[in-house]
Design a binder for this molecule. Structure first.
Ligand SMILES: [Zn+2]
Length: 236
């Protein structure tokens, strides 16, 4: 059994590195995806701001058109009023219409001014967003190049370590021992074995019962830690 344990220890040496490199292979794309999603969110926000400013401009144009039409109508009514000086009732009606038209023109102009202010504020906001987005995109470009390099390195490492692992998977390890070792490796963050120092498990730091120490020292079986289930070993 000491031989099995020694073979598992040699495997463990590699597996902790494999586990770390595999974690990088998962972490890096996830992190990259988050940063990309943040950029997309900002692109969308910029488009929304521009769209809002555009809608205001359409509305401003409508107000201006209404105002111009009213101005023309006022001139026409004024000239009609001039030629209807004898008809008092008609004159009153024309004057009433002119007052109404001028009131509406004023209101259009006030609204227009207000909206121009809002549109300018949105334009300013969009320009600032755009500058921020540009520098963010540039940073992402640099970051992305690094990530691709790190991913390639991690993949290369996993491949090399995997090849070395195959060499170390000798017949010294019985299948059932390998199965429980692999299961522990996945469940315990790449660390399936734990050193026993005196009575203390060096992975979960509990003190194991004396009979567990005796069983580990006897070395006739694989002994799991009662705290973390890792396979216990002692430095000889
Ligand atoms: Zn433990």
């Amino acid at each position: 059994m000491q031989e099995v344990l020694a073979a598992l220890l040699r495997l463990q040496e590699l597996d902790q590195h494999i586990f770390r490199a595999q974690a990088e292979l998962k972490r890096l794309p996830a992190e990259r995806g988050q940063r990309l999603a943040e950029i997309e969110r900002r692109v969308q926000k910029l488009a929304d701001t521009r769209n809002e400013a555009q809608k205001l401009r359409v509305r401003i144009k409508e107000l201006e058109d209404t105002s111009s039409a009213h101005r023309l109508r006022v001139r026409k009514v004024e000239s009609e009023a001039a030629s209807a000086r004898q008809d008092m009732a008609l004159l009153v009606a024309f004057q009433h219409e002119i007052r109404t038209l001028k009131r509406e023109m004023n209101s259009c102009e006030e609204q227009g001014l207000e909206l121009v202010g809002q549109a300018e504020a949105l334009d300013k906001d969009a320009t600032a967003q755009e500058a921020g987005l540009e520098s963010e995109k540039q940073l992402f470009g640099e970051y992305d190049a690094n990530v691709q390099g790190e991913l390639a390195a991690a993949q290369k490492r996993v491949d090399e370590l995997g090849a070395e692992r195959k060499k170390r998977l000798t017949g010294a390890i019985p299948p059932e021992a390998l199965t429980s070792y692999n299961r522990l490796l996945a469940a315990r963050e790449g660390q399936a074995l734990a050193e026993l120092d005196g009575r203390a498990c060096q992975a979960c730091f509990i003190d194991v019962p004396a009979n567990v120490v005796v069983r580990v020292q006897r070395g006739s079986e694989l002994v799991p830690c009662p705290g973390c289930s890792r396979i216990l070993f002692q430095r000889g």
